[in-house]
Design a protein around this ligand. Sequence first.
Ligand SMILES: *[C@@H]1O[C@H](CO)[C@@H](O)[C@H](O)[C@H]1NC(C)=O
Ligand SMILES: *[C@@H]1O[C@H](CO)[C@@H](O)[C@H](O)[C@H]1NC(C)=O
Ligand SMILES: *[C@@H]1O[C@H](CO)[C@@H](O)[C@H](O)[C@H]1NC(C)=O
Ligand SMILES: *[C@@H]1O[C@H](CO)[C@@H](O)[C@H](O)[C@H]1NC(C)=O
Length: 702
Amino acid sequence: MNNSTIITIFFILLSLIEIVLTTRKVKDLIVVSVSTHITDGFERFNRSLKIYGLKSEILGLNQPWKGGDVARQSGGGQKIRLLRQYLESIRNEHDNRLILFTDSYDVIVNGNSDEIVKKFQTFNANVVFSSEKYCWPDVSLAASYPKSDGKRYLNSGGFIGFATELYKIVNLAQDLNDDDDDQLFYTKIYLEQKYRKHFGIRLDLNSYLFQNLNGEIGDVEIRFNNIDHEDYPHVLMAIIILKPTPFFPEFLDYLKSMDYPKNRITIFIQSNTDFHNEQIGEFSENSGKFHKNFQYSETKLANEWQLRNNYLDECQRINCDYLFVVDSDVRLTNSKTLHELIEANRSIIAPMLVRPKEYWSNFWGTITNDGYYSRSHDYVQIIKNERRGIWNVPFISSCYLIKSSTILNQENFQTKNQQWKFPLSYRNHQQPQHKNDDIDGNGNGGGESLDPEMYFCHILRLNGIFMFVTNENDYGHLAQMDTIDFQLKHSEFYEIYTNEIEWRKRYIHENYTKNLLDDNIIEQPCHDVYWFPIVTPVFCQHLIEIMENNGEWSAGKNEDPRLAGGYENVPTVDIHMKQVGLEQQWLYFLREYVRPVQEKIFIGYYHDPPQAIMNFVVRYHPNEQAFLRPHHDASTYTVNIALNRPNIDYEGGGCRFIRQNCSITNLRVGWSLIHPGRLTHFHEGLTVTKGVRYIMVSFVDP
Ligand SMILES: *[C@@H]1O[C@H](CO)[C@@H](O)[C@H](O)[C@H]1NC(C)=O
Ligand SMILES: *[C@@H]1O[C@H](CO)[C@@H](O)[C@H](O)[C@H]1NC(C)=O
Ligand SMILES: *[C@@H]1O[C@H](CO)[C@@H](O)[C@H](O)[C@H]1NC(C)=O
Ligand SMILES: *[C@@H]1O[C@H](CO)[C@@H](O)[C@H](O)[C@H]1NC(C)=O
């Protein structure tokens, strides 16, 4: 009998059996694991079973492992064979018995039988597999997965299900060899829709049941899953502000949402500028509730050497376990960063941070003989994440975690020439007096341009202490500090392409990306007039304030010297983006944020980049210009964003499309209308009767 006959017969049987997915009772839960030999990891696993009083069955003990090297390659068919034999042996007891099958070397159990069963029941499934971020071992199967959020790909390292269904599933593996891949086998079952349905298989997309420890065999690093908050290492988070920083509130927000017990972090902020005092004040007020310790010192006279020395001193004073240095140009978008750096268990380690679209990062790939920057052969691959790992590098900066026990409290921390002694301190640094000062005792001079972090890393290298940078995950990026002009009103508004990620976070509507989803239907309040969320209320407020601060509103007359022809047929009271230096930014905005929506709505029209000469904020006011008479726009399509609130900031107003006999008056802040400019969409601006109404208008592709 070949495979397909087995499957066919099997399905005839299946169709006779009603599967009731919902209120199925559970008799008991047995944890089943394959472990051919006892390791530290297994013993940890076994202890956790005992703590939670779980019944267990360990299969394959003292049998030779034939399942391949699963840490590095695929394999594990042996596990399926052992599970099948086991389920066969308890065949008569299958009735509503739940089996939790899991690896053991890199797993701990973290709940009792009741909790596990309860969670399992919420899935309304017969079998639930854990899931992971990567599609393994056959990447090409990724496309066959059903669409979903969360960790989408099946991981066979842990699954739970009724013995009856599991038995049927593993019985499909009759021809599997011991070194065939178990995950591939289960993946194929899962991806076959008919199996998925008949067996009632689901994935634990959000790690509700399974928190895989993401470890390899032999992994003995610090794991937080089983320790009390009070036992977390105490971290001194040293925030260094050397100069005014764009998107400073966002910088703090990222730190605030760091996933780590707040009472195990002491925050120590030092700044040599008073530019951010107000924001720091707010931060400290909010943080006070969470952090036992918060210190801020504004040390304007101090130089960077002193600031950095202060945090070393502070770490020793409060006896911190770790010192986490974060400069204000650091953007830690991954809230697990601190966790992961601690877990890496290195003396000093930096999360890899790169300036978007640049080669500028917080580490050096290699170093010249005289101690300066040099690019290693793999530098570009690493910063582009084409290679991932933990890298031993000669220089790190801006953000790093220092284990105080291995560096700061190291008695024998000395350099070869005894010039620097414990404790490691910036204070011991003597600014070289002249070019030939022997900076490293090796006859290499030229120390004048050493900055404090170069000095620090230099000392570490002299002492044979390895520095690491990790890009095992994405942790964040570096801000662009040099482009911003703080003289401008709402200067960050201008940073749309230079600090794009935070600009987006602050100014682009949180539901903007939903517009672009295939199954999202964009509202159409009038025929061929579309309406979608695009920017935040903060965007609207800042743009209004930028314009009012500029104040050079046009007179609303036909004569308009700002235009090439000097004449405007249907004039408004407005200020052009060009007048406030935002023309390039606005064109970028049209291209990045408007164009994709346009292409979705008006199918077949591609014009990249969009062009627009008329980009302006209009002000409607009862005593100034209160309405706009019917007209066509000089555009292929027109973008019209509401900047303030009807019935609150103003009364009346709105836009009326005459041919369509359709008005839109209940405008929404930060939402844009988009409509064809000519011929079909003759329209007018309705009268504002009270207050001031602002809209942002752009005539695209005139
Ligand atoms: C697991 O732990 C139990 C005690 O909880 C012990 O009796 C058993 O021998 C251990 N299993 C193995 C395989 O070491
Ligand atoms: C961390 O690494 C050191 C060696 O560098 C090792 O002795 C120690 O056991 C490790 N700690 C943990 C918790 O993994
Ligand atoms: C985004 O969409 C969700 C779901 O429709 C909604 O609840 C939320 O309020 C929207 N966000 C904003 C800022 O409007
Ligand atoms: C325009 O719409 C209004 C109601 O919205 C309706 O009363 C009126 O008859 C319409 N006019 C035309 C010409 O269709």
